[in-house]
Structure formats: structure tokens, C-alpha cells
Design a protein around this ligand. Sequence first.
Ligand SMILES: Cc1ncc(COP(=O)(O)O)c(C=O)c1O
Length: 371
Amino acid sequence: MIKSSRGCCGAEELAEVKEAFEYGYFGLAYKTSEFEKEVAKFLGTDRYVITTNTGTNALHLALDSIGIGPGDEVIMPSFTFVATAQVVEMCGATPVFCEADPVTFLIDIEDCKKRITERTKAIIPVHYAGRPCDMDALLEIKEEYGIRIVEDAAHAFGTYYKGKKIGSFGDITCFSFDSIKVMTCGEGGAIVTDDTAFDDLARKKRLLGIDRKSMHVKDWKKRSWVYDVPTLGYRYHMSNINAAIGLAQIRKVDTFIERRREICHIYDAELRNLSGIEIMPDEYDTITPFMYVIRVKKGKRNELKDFLMEHDIESGISYIPCHHFSLFKRQEDLPVTDLIYEEVLCLPLHYELSDDDVREVCRWVKEFLAK
Ligand SMILES: Cc1ncc(COP(=O)(O)O)c(C=O)c1O
């Protein structure tokens, strides 16, 4: 079976985890802060990095720390993983879904603007499949309306926007390091910002509101036992074990990204100009490709997906738009998003795919189109 995605961990991760085992305390500890420094270094920034136990909780912590609550609205594309919308619900606020751009599948800025009301407190653009959203336009909206921009960059660790890595500029950026992301901590996430007050609050909130600066210190004798709890908080910190995995992975992440780009180039060369499918207009060399996305025309997407599965090839449909779920059914129709959903298909993309695997996938796609 050619899997559509998978994580890639080995001896380096085991060696780091062994050290974390030997330390004997597995919660928030020194590897967590070491990993935060490495994330900042990779992004080329001196911004604050606050790691969390999942990308979902990074988003929730971000919204909670900017004060999103009941009565507030948060605009986001419906075409995203449901985590983006659930975190707004978790705050007791209302997700407002907007359209995706018909070509890039990224947030449609004009449609987003039309949905701004006096209740809008934040926008969550999603860097879908690793492509960057129009950050200039979004940051203009922030300036003009005073609306916070909380980027869902779960797919975009390493993606460049106009020469700068996502997370090295902007307002608040949230990453995911779950099992199938470009690099993994097993499970994990991170928030990156230059907002000092936000950092101060979110860092407390991620561990039950506890205010104790010495938490990361490796030498137990230097850890203070006294702490205050000035705010409501959650149990969202990244453990020393997950950070250990992340430390080994981040040393390899450029290799992971490079291989993903190579695979996308093979797909592009094989699948360009075929009748019945369309490839995406991506510049893979400046993004971190998280999924290789094609559009399948004439209502044949499900048929192609089934055909590939018959030939031991897994593909994915990312995503079922959020406004299709019963929880969010109150939202009106979004025709562009609905069409994207009808056509989208994600072909296998992960570090361990061989060139032959990729050509095998393309061979069966072509066989299907020739039927
Ligand atoms: C777009 C998007 N946002 C948020 C998340 C949530 O990240 P995590 O799985 O780390 O909670 C994901 C995970 O797949 C995602 O794809």
C-alpha cells in the first residue's frame, strides 16, 4: 500500500527520547525550552515561541489569550480542517465561514472583508497545503479594523512569503507538529509572536495559569517551589518527551522539505496537461508542500479515489468544508468552497515515498483518465 502520509522517526529521535527518559521528569522541562529556541532559529526570528501539546491547542490558547469569548466572531475559510473552527467554539465564540479563492484554495480576502462586523475580533487564515495566504492584505485588515490575525500555519512550517518564513513576521502564528506533519513531535504545536503581553499571558495559560519562571531549569536545585496562579489556564504544555522528538526532527526538517519538493516536481511533470484533472499553480521551491493537491473534473473525484485504492494507493480528501458539518449547519452556502470540495484530491506525499512510488501513483491516475 502506498500511504498518503506518514511520519518518519528513527534512531536520532530514539536517542533524544532516551535522554528524556533518563532525566526522569517527563512534563514541561528543559528540552521543551531547547526546542522552542530551535524553532525560532529555524524560522530565522527572535520572536517568542510557546510550544503546546497539539496544534489545535496552540490555536485555542492563542484565541483565549487575545480574549476571544462569547459574543465574538472569528472569520475563517470553511475549507480547512475542523480544528480551526472547533477552537472558536471552545472559546464560546462564533466561527464565521468565508469563501476560498477558486485557484489557490486560500482565504478569499474580499469575501472575508464582506463578513467583518463590529463583533469580529479575529481572522484565522489557513496556509492550506503549505501555500502562504496574502499576508500583506491580512495585515492591512489588522491595521485598518484592529482585528487580530491568528494564522493557522499547521501545514506551513518552513514556507516562505515574500522572502520571509511564515511565523517570522505577522501577528500570531500557530504551527502543528502532529504525527503526519512535515516534522513531528509525535503530537505538538507552537505559537510564535512578537507580542510581549501575549507571550506573558499565554505562557502561564498553557500550564494551568501557573506563573513560575524556573519551570524549564534543568538543575532541580535551582527550581523554585513558590508560584502564583494569576489567570485561568489549561494543561497544554509540550512535554519533555515530545520536545525530544522535535529536537531530533528539526535537525532534519530541511531534508524533509527538500524531498517533498522533489516529489511535487515529479508529480507536476507527470500530471501536467492531462485532460480530466488539473494541477495547482504552485511554486514548490519557496513553500513547504504538505499535500500534493489535484482537482478532478466532471464529478469523477470519488471514482478516481476508489480506483487508486483498488490499486493499493491511498489518497485523501482534505477537507470536508466546515459548513457541511451538523455542528455548523447554520451557515449559508459557499458555492466556490463547495466546488473545490467536489474536485479536490490529495495524492500521497511524505518523505519516505520513492520516485518509483510517485511514478506508480501517476501511472494509475493516467490509466484512470484513459478509461
Ligand atoms: C489546518 C489545520 N489546522 C489545525 C490542525 C490541528 O493540529 P493538531 O493535529 O496538531 O492538533 C490541523 C491538523 O491536521 C490542520 O490540518
